[in-house]
Design a binder for this molecule. Structure first.
Ligand SMILES: [Zn+2]
Length: 379
């Protein structure tokens, strides 16, 4: 296979100074360089990360499990339009990213979600919105320089709730604009986006990674192809499906593959066939999960699942740029519906609500150790 280097490792530079540059100050910030060791970011040693929420990240336990990266959503930075006063949400997210980075973690930033950038970003689908999103991402790359080393542009734009008002073509154009903005500000950044692992993903993969970008820059602004999946929870099957999926995404894109979200709930009843027939979107309403795997959604089966998933990942060490588990810790309430009894987004953690490791934490720790110590397979 083409072992394209996922980073330009020898020539990585990050500018150190520019705190709070405006978009028009980007070129000045780019001139300030300091060397930055990103040895951990290569296919020889894929990044190991988790999604975590502010205030719930026990860094010591993360490091003990071989986790070096935290995936962190960055909100649209401006209160209005494409510059000026910064939003409180942005400042809080930046401060959290800096705190985690100071504690020795690397940050995989998620650029502003396409569902949460209006009306600041202009009229949905307009040229103005494309330009503003690109400029905002360039600004973020500069403002978070030295803190955020890798980016995921937006999130699962092939899943309608994360598109905002955009259709999939418009959403892909926004991703492209955002990715180009990041690279314009700092070519050393690792940049990609993630598909939701559903039928619509093939459009996203083809639109962004199947097009001709030119001989000089054949993969465009993308260093990896990201893919999310919850086989056994939101999709049928189990962790063994990662085997075929990683090979497929790599073959379609010829890029290193990042799994930006994967996991298995430790609690939650599966829907009945009759419930499922009416749609997986009813999960929160029913307080159930669409699918199950093995012995069901329990802490013990979550641990088994993690071990089995790493078995599939190990088959493709040579194709993987990173693995980001969703998520670090359980929460009292579901993010989507706000209900304390809904497992949909509240029972996916390696730690329970009180921050105690579940069996899955130990399975994760042991699997990462074995995964990273294995020599890459394949040619
Ligand atoms: Zn819910």
């Amino acid at each position: 296979m083409d072992r394209r280097t996922f980073l330009k490792m020898a020539s990585l530079v990050l500018a150190g100074s520019g705190v709070g540059p405006t978009a028009c100050q980007l070129s000045a910030a780019e001139e300030s360089e300091e060397s930055y060791d990103k040895e951990s970011l290569s296919m020889e040693k894929p990044l190991i990360g988790v999604s975590a929420y502010p205030g719930a990240a026990n860094i010591g336990l993360m490091k003990a499990a071989g986790i070096g990266w935290i995936r962190h959503v960055i909100p649209y930075p401006f209160v209005e339009g494409a510059g000026g006063v910064l939003s409180d949400n942005y400042l809080a997210a930046k401060s959290q990213a800096e705190a985690w980075h100071d504690d020795g973690m690397e940050i995989l930033g998620v650029t502003p979600m396409l569902s949460l950038i209006w009306p600041q970003c202009g009229e949905p689908g307009s040229r103005t919105s494309l330009d503003r999103y690109g400029a905002a991402c360039a600004w973020l790359a500069s403002d978070l320089r030295g803190v955020v080393a890798a980016w995921q542009v937006a999130n699962e734009v092939d899943w309608p709730p994360f598109n905002g008002p955009l259709n999939l073509r418009q959403a892909c154009e926004m991703v492209l604009s955002g990715a180009r903005g990041l690279k314009r500000a700092d070519p050393s950044l690792v940049v990609g986006t993630n598909s939701a692992g559903m039928a619509r993903s093939y459009y996203l993969l083809g639109y962004l990674h199947g097009r001709p970008y030119g001989e000089e820059d054949e993969s465009g602004p993308f260093d990896y192809a990201g893919d999310d999946g919850y086989y056994g929870t939101y999709q049928p099957g189990g962790p063994e499906r990662w085997d075929e999926r990683i090979a497929e995404v790599h073959a379609l894109t010829d890029l290193p593959v990042m799994i930006n979200e994967w996991g298995f709930h430790s609690e939650g009843e599966p829907m009945t066939a009759a419930e499922l027939a009416l749609g997986t979107h009813r999960a929160c309403e029913l307080h159930k999960l669409p699918y199950s795997w093995g012995g069901g959604h329990t802490p013990e089966v979550q641990a088994e699942y993690i071990t089995a998933a790493f078995g599939a990942f190990s088959q493709h060490r040579d194709k993987l740029a990173g693995l980001v588990f969703y998520c670090w810790q359980d929460e009292e309430r579901c993010h989507y519906c706000g209900s304390p009894g809904c497992p949909v987004t509240s029972r996916q953690g390696l730690l329970d609500v009180e921050g105690r490791p579940k069996p899955g934490y130990y399975a994760f720790r042991d699997a990462v150790r074995a995964f990273l110590s294995d020599a890459p397979t394949g040619a």
